[in-house]
Write a protein that binds this ligand. Structure first.
Ligand SMILES: Cc1cc2nc3c(=O)[nH]c(=O)nc-3n(C[C@H](O)[C@H](O)[C@H](O)COP(=O)(O)OP(=O)(O)OC[C@H]3O[C@@H](n4cnc5c(N)ncnc54)[C@H](O)[C@@H]3O)c2cc1C
Length: 359
């Protein structure tokens, strides 16, 4: 049994806290926000992530909407269909279900570490670290886990020099209330498929949620330094309603973010692991960031089965080959969708995902 301090109570940190606590470790989560409640729009979770969440003791039950497939559409109506076992869920609902306090995990809110963990000698052969918190308290741990997101403080200590890269895209995300979603919408032909429409500049995604709601995301090309407004025209007529509905929402209900990623992954060093966005933030173009954070959490706990010594190395060796293709795939999908270059433009036209002339 190890004593573990987790910095960050987002999806990755909470999933790890649950898995580690169920495996018999003593876990404390330090979260700088005053509450574990999450703001956010929707999330698509892969089938593997849903199974990992179930193994962490969380049934998604009625709050997750099964997604029958993904329909990629161009301005001319050309369709590319994909199938999968993903679900869509509102992010606040997932964060609430992952709350690990019911398992005895201590969660310290409104707090952050003051500085890097310092060595605190050894206990039974295992090295221990001390983490000083901003309120003067000091936590002892066999392992510190940085689950503190894209601009991770823990990463700046254990893997300095990583850069956050701007992908040149801007996103708007919102959950549309039931009354804003037209009957039969929320997916293809009223089904539970998610749809995404492209025209080379703008993408509009509509993902059905439970209770008749829909998660809508809009992504626009946005070279570094530019700050485009929410586009007025959707790439296809079928998704214009979604764009108009997002525009009609109060500003506070629409999340606007530049899309960013980490230049290369970092899984940590002996005694201090990184997971989720802290380790390998990727663009959300494949919708896999949260799923990868949950997979990391489970994998790090399984690497701890043979003790803390060597666990971060075992974890890194397992996760690198899983995460690397997903982050590259996500980056390339974004470039295929938005790059003005001749090759991506030609590929979009060949696939029917870009019109010769704008609508
Ligand atoms: C536009 C967009 C759409 C997305 N869509 C999807 C999707 O459909 N499917 C999917 O799987 N993923 C999606 N993602 C990615 C997903 O949101 C992230 O990969 C995931 O939230 C990462 O979880 P995390 O726990 O690693 O980090 P975060 O969720 O960023 O959590 C980090 C936590 O650490 C806390 N923290 C930070 N610094 C400190 C500190 N110094 N001390 C204490 N606490 C600290 C923060 O307050 C936060 O609670 C999307 C991302 C974006 C931007």
């Amino acid at each position: 049994m190890a004593e573990i301090v987790v910095v960050g109570g987002g999806i990755g940190g909470l999933a790890f806290a649950r898995c580690a606590s169920r495996a018999g470790h003593r876990v404390t989560v330090v979260e700088r926000r005053e509450s574990l409640e999450s703001v956010g729009a929707g999330l698509v979770l892969s089938g593997a992530a849903v199974r990992a969440v179930a193994r962490a003791g969380v049934g998604l039950g009625d709050v997750a909407q099964p997604i029958a497939g993904m329909l990629l559409r161009g301005p001319s109506g050309r369709r590319i269909e994909g199938r999968g076992k993903a679900v869509a869920i509102a992010r606040p609902a997932l964060a609430a279900l992952l709350d690990p306090r019911e398992l005895g995990v201590e969660v310290m809110l409104g707090l952050s570490p003051e500085g890097p963990p310092v060595a605190a000698g050894s206990d039974g052969g295992e090295r221990r670290a001390e983490v000083a918190l901003a309120d003067g308290r000091v936590l002892e741990a066999d392992l510190v886990v940085g689950a503190d997101g894209l601009r991770s403080m823990v990463r700046s200590w254990v893997a300095p020099g990583r850069r956050v890269i701007d992908a040149g895209q801007l996103s708007w995300r919102a959950i549309l209330p039931r009354e804003a979603v037209p009957a039969g919408a929320g997916g293809a032909s009223g089904s539970s498929a998610a749809t995404e429409t492209w025209d080379g500049q703008t993408r509009v995604g509509v993902v059905p949620l439970t209770e008749g709601r829909a998660y809508v995301f809009v992504v626009a090309s946005a070279p570094v330094g530019s700050a485009p407004e929410l586009p007025e025209r959707s790439p296809s007529r079928e998704s214009q309603w979604a764009l108009d509905a997002v525009r009609a929402l109060p500003a506070g209900e629409v999340l606007r973010h530049r899309l960013e990623e980490l230049d290369r992954p970092a899984f940590g060093v002996e005694g201090a692991a990184l997971l989720g966005d802290a380790a390998h933030a990727m663009t959300p173009n494949l919708g896999m960031g949260a799923a990868m954070a949950i997979g990391d959490a489970e994998s790090l706990v399984s690497a701890l089965e043979r003790g803390v010594d060597g666990a971060v190395g075992r974890y890194a060796r397992r996760r690198w080959p899983v995460v690397a293709p997903v982050r590259l795939g996500s980056r390339w999908l974004g470039r295929l969708a938005h790059s003005p270059g001749t090759l991506p433009r030609g590929a979009r036209r060949a696939l029917g995902l870009q019109a010769r002339r704008p609508r």
